[in-house]
Design a binder for this molecule. Structure first.
Ligand code: 13P
Length: 252
């Protein structure tokens, strides 16, 4: 049985004052709840340390939104896996479609970052997902399987079994147009099949696969009811404590 996992990806949102207000409301909402799942938030890099302090006692984990593939060196404007760990992160989002679209992230760098994260004990949340043109042409399954295979190249079965994958169809992100539970389940099953062929059935059964793309309280429960959907990666609806907690409630 896989433990569900819900993460809020705050992207380029929320400043220090917003974090303080968010955690106060979040802790008050959580005081009457004991969710049977893992959950957390990915704030901007400058807030990682403060978020670690501020969410303490709430049960939330912290994720970085990205890391560099090198530990240190002349790479202006980024953070390493070690910096994320120093700031208290336990997870890191890797290969988000916005990184792929706007920051030249490709399958090779995604794989390097996944291996870097694992080497310092960070759990990667590896994002995959097809653009609308690929889905319209019927190539979505092949496209996503190839992203998964490239991202996880050279991992051992033990390593692979610990990661989280987020299936986020690009056309569903920030559009209000979520994949139907059936569409998402079909892709999640295909991803698990790919994992099984690469790392064996037992490792594949352990990997948690989140769905992401316009998840909100009103559609979370039907998505989570699908056998291969093990949680969600939430953008817009994670920016308010009450809407994130409503999704948490729907998961349980
Ligand atoms: P939305 O929930 O705003 O569609 O964003 C999804 C996402 O990109 C999470 O990483």
């Amino acid at each position: 049985m896989r433990r569900p996992i819900l993460f809020g990806n705050w992207k380029l949102n929320h400043r220090h004052k917003d974090l303080t207000a968010f955690t106060a409301e979040f802790k008050s909402l959580m005081s009457s709840r004991e969710p049977e799942c893992d959950f957390g938030f990915a704030p901007v890099a400058t807030l990682l340390s403060e978020a670690t302090r501020s969410f303490k006692g709430s049960g939330a984990s912290i994720a970085a939104q990205d890391i560099h593939s090198f530990a240190s060196g002349a790479f202006t404007g980024t953070i390493s896996a070690e910096h994320a760990v120093d700031a208290g992160a336990q997870f890191v989002i890797i290969g988000h479609s916005e990184r792929r679209a706007y920051f030249a992230e490709d399958d090779t760098s995604v794989n390097a970052k996944v291996r870097r994260a694992l080497s310092v004990g960070l759990t990667p949340i590896v994002c995959v997902g097809e653009p609308l043109s690929i889905r319209d042409a019927g190539g979505h399954e092949k496209f996503v399987k190839s992203q998964v295979t490239s991202a996880l190249q050279d991992l051992s079965s033990d390593e692979a079994s610990t990661i989280v994958i987020a299936y986020e169809p690009v056309w569903a992100i920030g559009t209000g147009k979520s994949a139907t539970p059936e569409m998402a389940q079909e892709m999640h099953a295909a991803i698990r099949e790919t994992l099984s062929s690469l790392f064996g059935r037992s490792a594949a059964e352990k990997v948690r696969i989140q769905y992401g793309g316009s998840v909100k309280a009103s559609n979370a429960a039907e998505l989570m009811a699908m056998p291969d959907i093990d949680g969600a990666l939430v953008g817009g609806a994670s920016l308010r404590a009450d809407s994130f907690v409503a999704i948490l409630d729907a998961l349980n």
